[in-house]
Each structure stands twice: as structure tokens, then as C-alpha cells.
Design a protein around this ligand. Structure first.
Ligand code: ZN
Length: 294
């Protein structure tokens, strides 16, 4: 990517190396303080299911078990000479100016999320965040959480190298923040309560595909504004979107595919919706809830 002209966001918090043990995790059964942390559930449900479950989805299923927001957590700025942190700060800034503009065009104001770099585990208002969950967004504290070790997995385990693939991951999580601001995630969460597991999963898929489409919208508009994408790089995001499709992940982890259990969409669906956003730059193209089969 060409990011020389790109500012860095001030909204990156560096919690790497803080060695947080976690109230709901790492202490035996993890029923600390009488409540079951989302981290515990994540560990139970998603131990082998990388990048598979957003806390967003879980919140809908386990809202009675939420831990209270974490107390004080320090918010350091990342060191200036840290290429990985600077890259993240530039991509976040790019999403900020893009979404600032889209919201303004629609007569709304974009509230910028924070992005937390952490290593291992960190407290969030959605429970303990774990690296093994992959990057995620917590609507209760409006923060995107990422352990940069995920980028190594993206390269090595998912065979999706490249800066634009890394940027896509951030843009997808920012897409969840946009859904939160627009009230979409909360509507989905309500609809997921009291319905079947299969139906709740199908709604989750639509939410995820929309976040992919929003990531594409960011890519389109950021490139139109600053020419940040170099030739061939769009393919990197498509490779990443494809590599983390539910069908591909299940095939790899279980050797079989169970469509009713999908929560993020197939590889083909993820690629299709990212492309729709990327080619149009238009959020109205991202209505994954209207279409009969996304
Ligand atoms: Zn997601």
C-alpha cells in the first residue's frame, strides 16, 4: 500500500505486554466474581474456531452473562518507531476520514472508535478479550481489539499475505463499529433472542457480510481519495476474505461443513460482498438483510 501521505490516528491504544490474566479466564473454571465472562464462553465455544465468533454475536446469545465493563485500563500511545503500530494507526485514520465523510453526506456524525493493540488477553466491556478469538469489536466500549500476532497467522496459516489483507481486517472490524452506530447490530441482536440457533446464525452471517461490504466501501473511497492501493493488492483482501470463510475454516478444522452453524458466511459470500463494496463505494449496496440469500 502507498501510505506515505496518510496521517496516523490518535485513537490507537497500546496495551501490548501488559500481561493481563483476566477475571474470567485463566483462573481455573473462570467463574470469577460470580459471573461468566465472555472470554470463558469464547474459550469453550471457539477454541478451535479461529476468527470465528465475534463478541457481538455472543452478546446476543449470552447477554445475561456479561461481565461489567473493565475498571481502569491504561491507554498508552504506541511507540513512534514501531512500523506495525504505525501501519495500524494509518489504516485506522483512513477509515476515520472515510466514515466521517460518509456519515456527513448522510447528515449524521461519525463517532470514531478506539483501536486497542494487545498481546494475549485484555479486559474489555464485553468480557476478557483473547488473542485466539482473532480481531474483534466490542460495541459496549466502542473499541476494536487486535493482537498483531494475528497478522502472522493471516500470512502463514491462512496464506493471505500483504498489507491490504491486513488493512481489510481492520476495516472489517470498523465496519462492525459502523453497524453499532447505525443501530444495525443491536437490531440483529434483538432478533436473535428467542429464535432458533440456525436462524440466529443466519442473521450473524448477514451482519458479517455487511461488515465485509463496509470494508470494501472503505477501500473504494480511501483509494479514490489517496490512491493507497497498489496494483494487485485488492486480490490480497479477496484472498483474506476467502481464507476466513466459514466453509473453509470448518473444512480445515473439522473436515466437514455444517452450513447451519455458519456465523460469518462462506468464502464465496465474503468475497462477493467485499467486492460489492469495493467496486461501488456505496453503502446502500451493502444491504445484506434485504436480499433473499446473501
Ligand atoms: Zn466480524
Amino acid at each position: 500500500m502507498r501510505l506515505d501521505d496518510q496521517d496516523e490516528s490518535n485513537n490507537v491504544e497500546d496495551r501490548r505486554g501488559e500481561n493481563y490474566g483476566g477475571a474470567g479466564f485463566g483462573n481455573g473454571l473462570g467463574f470469577g466474581r460470580g459471573s461468566m465472562g465472555i472470554g470463558v464462553l469464547i474459550a469453550a465455544l471457539a477454541a478451535s474456531y479461529f476468527f470465528g465468533i465475534d463478541p457481538l454475536t455472543l452478546l446476543g446469545l449470552v447477554s445475561n452473562f456479561q461481565t461489567p465493563p473493565a475498571a481502569h485500563v491504561s491507554a498508552h500511545k504506541p511507540p513512534a518507531e514501531d512500523p506495525a503500530a504505525r501501519f495500524v494507526a494509518k489504516i485506522l485514520a483512513s477509515t476515520e476520514s472515510t466514515w466521517d465523510q460518509i456519515f456527513r453526506e448522510n447528515g449524521e456524525r461519525y463517532v470514531r472508535p478506539k483501536l486497542v493493540l494487545f498481546s494475549g488477553a485484555t479486559p474489555t466491556a464485553c468480557g476478557t478479550g483473547q488473542s485466539a478469538m482473532g480481531p474483534f469489536y466490542c460495541p459496549a466500549d466502542q473499541r476494536v481489539y487486535i493482537d498483531l500476532a494475528f497478522y502472522r497467522d493471516l500470512r502463514q496459516r491462512f496464506h493471505a499475505p500483504g498489507e491490504f489483507a491486513q488493512a481489510y481486517v481492520i476495516a472489517h472490524e470498523v465496519g462492525h463499529h459502523v453497524q453499532h452506530l447505525l443501530g444495525i447490530s443491536e437490531r440483529v441482536q434483538r432478533a436473535q433472542q428467542g429464535t432458533t440457533r440456525a436462524r440466529a446464525n443466519a442473521l450473524s452471517v448477514r451482519l458479517e457480510l455487511q461488515a465485509d461490504c463496509f470494508a470494501g466501501v472503505w477501500g473504494h473511497r480511501a483509494d479514490a481519495a489517496k490512491h493507497i492501493i497498489e496494483p494487485g493488492e485488492v486480490e490480497q483482501a479477496l484472498t483474506a476474505a476467502s481464507a476466513i470463510g466459514d466453509d473453509r475454516l470448518q473444512q480445515q478444522s473439522q473436515g466437514r461443513i455444517v452450513p447451519e452453524s455458519f456465523t460469518h458466511g462462506t468464502s464465496a459470500q465474503r468475497v462477493r460482498w467485499f467486492k460489492l463494496g469495493m467496486e461501488s463505494g456505496d453503502i446502500r449496496r451493502c444491504d445484506t438483510f434485504k436480499t433473499a440469500s446473501p
